[in-house]
Design a protein around this ligand. Sequence first.
Ligand code: ZN
Length: 203
Amino acid sequence: MSITALGSPSVSGRPGTHADPSSGPCAPAPAPVTTAATLLLNATYEPLCVVSSRRAIVLVLGAKAEAVDVTEDLVHAERLALAVPVVVRLTRYVRVPYPVQVPLSRRAVFTRDGQTCVYCGASATSIDHVVPRSRGGTHSWDNVVAACRRCNHQKADRSLAEMGWSLPHPPRAPSGAAWRLLGHRTVDPRWREWLGVPDSVSA
Ligand SMILES: [Zn+2]
């Protein structure tokens, strides 16, 4: 089964319910009625993406997904009232091709490095290029670290060898399901147990 097989959820037998025209379970729903967001899990409980709650409801009504966690708010569809889902799980497994690498952002670097300076452990306030850009250092996951203002200022355009500094471990691009969802939106606290992120991570 491919991801596109879920494109237009069949809602036959529910003439008043409109099928969502977008393709794929992770596609953003056009003109959502609600701004609430729902975490979509694969059948294996692996986090897939965040969809509008409206789209999640369409998936549940079409039996494409089941509610795992719900709010106290009710949405009325046809003759039934449905609790607005916070987390839903697809009833059938979908194979999803993911981007090879997590996009590099300041927030994502801070999250990877635990919000602390990799050189001294103080609270991180800036991004440092390990090999300075003026010396050909790239803006990439393996050359970017979280740093405090003091260390960043001290190091300036020098290399680690010149400073006599070292890194606790080589910086790497993060991987894992939660990383696809971190860094681009606020994480609902009720999603945390499914994302495997600690409470201290504000994403
Ligand atoms: Zn520092």
